[in-house]
Design a protein around this ligand. Structure first.
Ligand SMILES: [Zn+2]
Length: 257
């Protein structure tokens, strides 16, 4: 059997604030750009390994601030999405991408079946199971959580600048997204904030929402932040303050229904 992770790699999943009292569970699938040591550089340059193709820059920092502000549990992946993209099911092409935006990923080309399986077994499944366990426990305790996944996106994609600043994404269950968009577009509008942009369900990005939210009947939303807005601590704090307001109002409006 091919093993992927070593002792120095450590665990694939991290959970912070597990005993939180708040309604929300935050999920960050693309928190890290760390590559398991056995995969080396995946054949990529240092620049590519530090870029948005490896992770969602700033997303974990904002998620950690939100975890404290909202007293929300936070579950995140400790390895790069280039090793395994935890927002994709094992059968998806993008789970272990051979090409990501303009970069080819040589280390993901022509992988043997047991190499693929090791990545599924050691990265995806532990992450999936940790969230499923958390959700089930909270439901059993009469405190069904609201699932919020945190992401960031690149301001320039395939050479084209993007003007959307914050995306509020949903799949079949739009309850929370609807509420958040209502509050976001009322009065003074802080950001260029849009529904299902720059990605949507057709791009295959709602796997976690469906798996942990929709299948459990839980309200859920995916938040995509343009990464130039959360490049430094000040930007991260400003964004976390804004999202704290939007999420609190959105969740409160849902429970008032
Ligand atoms: Zn992401």
């Amino acid at each position: 059997m091919t093993r992927l992770l070593t002792d120095t790699d450590g665990e694939p999943v991290a959970i912070e604030n597990a005993a939180a009292k708040g309604d929300i569970v935050l999920v960050c699938e693309h928190a890290s750009r760390r590559v398991p040591e056995r995969l080396g550089s995946l054949g990529l340059s240092q620049q590519a390994l530090e870029s948005h193709i490896a992770w969602d820059p700033g997303a974990l920092a904002v998620a950690e601030l939100l975890s404290r502000k909202l007293d929300a549990a936070l579950i995140y992946q400790r390895f790069s999405r280039l090793a395994y993209d935890c927002n994709r099911p094992p059968e998806a092409e993008g789970a272990m991408p051979v090409v990501s935006e303009v970069y080819e990923v040589p280390g993901n080309r022509d992988m043997a079946g047991d190499e693929r399986q090791a990545r599924v077994d050691e990265i995806y499944l532990p992450f999936h199971d940790a969230i499923s366990r958390f959700v089930t426990e909270r439901k059993d305790n009469g405190r069904p959580p609201v699932v919020v996944t945190m992401h960031s996106f690149t301001p320039i994609y395939f050479g084209k600048p993007r003007s959307v600043e914050v995306g509020i994404l949903h799949d079949a269950d739009s309850r929370l997204a609807d509420q958040m968009l209502t509050f976001a577009t009322r009065g003074k509008v802080a950001y260029d904030i849009r529904r299902n942009e720059p990605y949507g369900p057709a791009d295959g990005v709602t796997h976690s929402l469906i798996e942990y939210g929709v299948h459990n009947g839980l309200a859920n939303v995916m938040i995509e932040i343009r990464n130039d807005l959360i490049r430094n601590e000040i930007g991260q704090r400003v964004m976390a303050d804004y999202l704290e307001g939007l999420l609190s109002k959105g969740v409160a409006a849902l429970s008032a229904q």
